[in-house]
Design a protein around this ligand. Structure first.
Ligand code: HEC
Length: 138
């Protein structure tokens, strides 16, 4: 039974590593881009497309027609929730280093906000473009 300790060690250490590993906005951009490329060959993220998406009036919800409704026209500025009036910290990592460092958090809010504003889930391509935009291509 000389091989036994190895799988045990992996089982113990792997979840620990996963929880400690901090993501960067660049990691998230890479992940969304890879996902988008799997659906659309040759996809490259575009900060310009992300900017257009961010400013676009979808008109699905009268209260929150666009991302800018809560996040303001400038993602580097603090926003305010149109319904609850609660303050929202800036989306741009340059102004708020906590942004886009946690994939689960980013996905949770993409899920919620895209459904409300766009009326459906955002595609991986839209998420990649969005992150490229808020990070200013960095
Ligand atoms: C009704 C208000 C509202 C609108 C409209 C809105 N958001 Fe948000 N958004 C929030 C709130 C509230 C949070 C979470 C609070 C926080 O993290 O500061 C958030 C957080 C996020 C995050 C999390 C980023 C991170 O990693 O911390 C993303 C991504 C996001 N929004 C994308 C969008 C996109 C894309 C749109 C437009 C399709 C949009 N939001 C429109 C209120 C809104």
């Amino acid at each position: 039974m000389r091989t036994a300790p190895f799988p045990i060690l992996v089982l113990l250490v792997a979840p620990l590593m996963a929880s400690v590993q901090a993501a960067t906005p660049a990691d998230l951009l890479k992940g969304y881009s890879a996902e988008a490329r799997a659906q659309q060959a040759g996809f490259t993220p575009s900060a310009q497309r992300g900017a257009a998406f961010y400013a676009r009036t979808f008109g699905v919800s009268a209260k929150m027609p666009a991302c800018t409704s809560c996040h303001t026209a400038d993602p580097a500025k603090a926003g305010r929730h149109v319904v609850t009036d609660k303050p929202i910290k800036p989306l741009a990592p340059a102004a708020n280093p906590e942004r886009f460092t946690d994939l689960a958090k980013a996905d949770k809010w993409f899920g919620r906000n895209c459904k409300e504003v766009v009326g459906r889930d955002c595609t991986a391509a839209e998420k990649a473009d969005f992150v490229a935009f808020v990070t200013g291509g960095r």
